[in-house]
Design a protein around this ligand. Sequence first.
Ligand code: ASP
Length: 334
Amino acid sequence: MKKRIYIAYTGGTIGMKPSASGFVPVEGYLTDTIANMPDFYHDDMPDFEICEYSPLIDSANVSPDVWQTIAKDIHSRYDEFDGFIILHGTDTMSYTASALSFVFENLSKPIIITGSQIPLSQLRTDARINLLNSLYIVAHHPINEVCLFFNNYLFRGNRTTKQYADGFDAFVSPNHVPLLEAGIEIKKYNKLPNIVYSDDLVVHEIEVKSIAILHLFPGLNWQVLDNLLKSPLQALVILTYGVGNAQQDKQLLETLKRASERGVIIVNCSQCLKGAVNMKGYATGHALSEAGVISGGDMTTEAVIAKLYYLLSQSLPYEQLVTLFQTDLRGELG
Ligand code: ASP
């Protein structure tokens, strides 16, 4: 019996058509292109249904509303299909993968998000290989979580980040091994059993919240931080040096302390791609934790933003939110 897979096409390069002003998403174009590619109908491939969203968007336009739409859509088709593929632009793919990982609790079916750097209809496209492998893996090697497939690797979605603007190996998972590699064989890195939850799927709300990121650099004028904190911020992510260090500046520390005391969640995330924040490592990091800043651990910035949106959408008391933020909820934190 062939498995049935639901493909949600949200937009992105994968289904775009060349136009005078560059690639643009065009309704029906992806579905028609696939219909003319025999590989997708090979005996070993699952049956699939494509749902094209309207409007199709460039993923630069993704927002929590779009995550909510995708989540509701998958939820409404959850019992009908064995697995799900989300076709999405690469620019914000890691944000969407991270957000959906939090939105779906007790997920007992595989979801793979993929896309491409060159549209499916074009010569030298990477879309064909990304989509064929995603369909094959979701049907024959399911992993019941929100995954991201790109350039022959299946990653845990909330561990990924886009590293390469115009290369085929657009995504990396800096702090977590890939889940699978599609080589001559499909190689599984993680021998853990595929979890099927006895509790029903829960689909959580995720809404726009007031969050900002401040990237530290030598000589940053603290007036900028002051102004940022004058806005009605709920959370501030500071991108620090190395294991979570910042300049030991009295004004900075006092400003952060005042903000955290009035309930702004302040997260310390490293500018480094690999490794984890450790505020006990140096005095410069320790001073931040004394000012009420909490650790982002080894989470990607995308996962941090998505987790903040998710937790802030639950209207939790400050202490509980801070505890949950620093707890591994969906494999996003090492
Ligand atoms: N700008 C496109 C998008 O993210 C890029 C891509 O799909 O690769 O929708």
